[in-house]
Design a binder for this molecule. Sequence first.
Ligand code: BTN
Length: 268
Amino acid sequence: MINVLEQKEIISFIQSKWVGRDVVCFEETGSTNVEAKVLAEQGAVQGTLVVADSQSGGKGRRGRSWHSPKGSAIAMSLILKPELETDKASMLTLIQAIAVAKALEEICRCKPQIKWPNDVLINEKKVCGILTEMNLNKTEIASIIIGCGVNVNQESFPEDISHIATSLKLETGQMFNRAELIGCICKYFEKYFEEFMVAKDLSGIVAEYNNYLISKGRSVKVLDPQGEFQGEALGINAQGELLVKEKNGGIVEVYAGEVSVRGIYGYV
Ligand code: BTN
């Protein structure tokens, strides 16, 4: 029997003070990020969580699509309305990545890793993707939507992505309660977000994030539209940039926007 995610069950697992205190839950929607944007415009408060049991038009990064099938995945979008400079919004993606990693460790007892900036992996395959979208009112932030998709209980993936995508079920052999995971992700997001809003940078999570960073100490290829280069990934700095040491010893700060980083032999 398929268990459908329900608002009441999610609320029963919320331990945070304000993240996920208001939950809007759909059995199916196009994209929770789109729903969250509309709700934010209609006055939804910071911390409102939009969840769907399945999505028919889930959005991924770089214009790709994201599949959230019925009864087995998490599709959630968090509405934030922070007083923040626009150039800091992308740092929130890294906060969500670490919140997911911590929740997977706590609930699933697995060893997640992060592929900078924001893919969460288990056994070198992607189990979670994050899409952060910022909505402006003239030059100020009206809302930031942190969309997060976690592959929880899927038993298989379409052939074209099965070499890079996985689920918690496939990696651990166990099924997990999606509502419990959502509650735990919200708990960690709130903690790290509050620290971020005091420091106004990622200094509070740099060390922990770098412990999860899969490419740390590995050779990476930086796919910069200005020109590709290779180097050794050292870790992130407090701005969330990836520090890459080039062969000549120079250290390049790679900003997440346009650039993607690959292992020299493939995805990680
Ligand atoms: C990626 O490409 O890695 C990011 C995927 C983000 C998917 C999530 S699922 C919930 C939210 N709603 C969407 O339409 N996308 C994000």
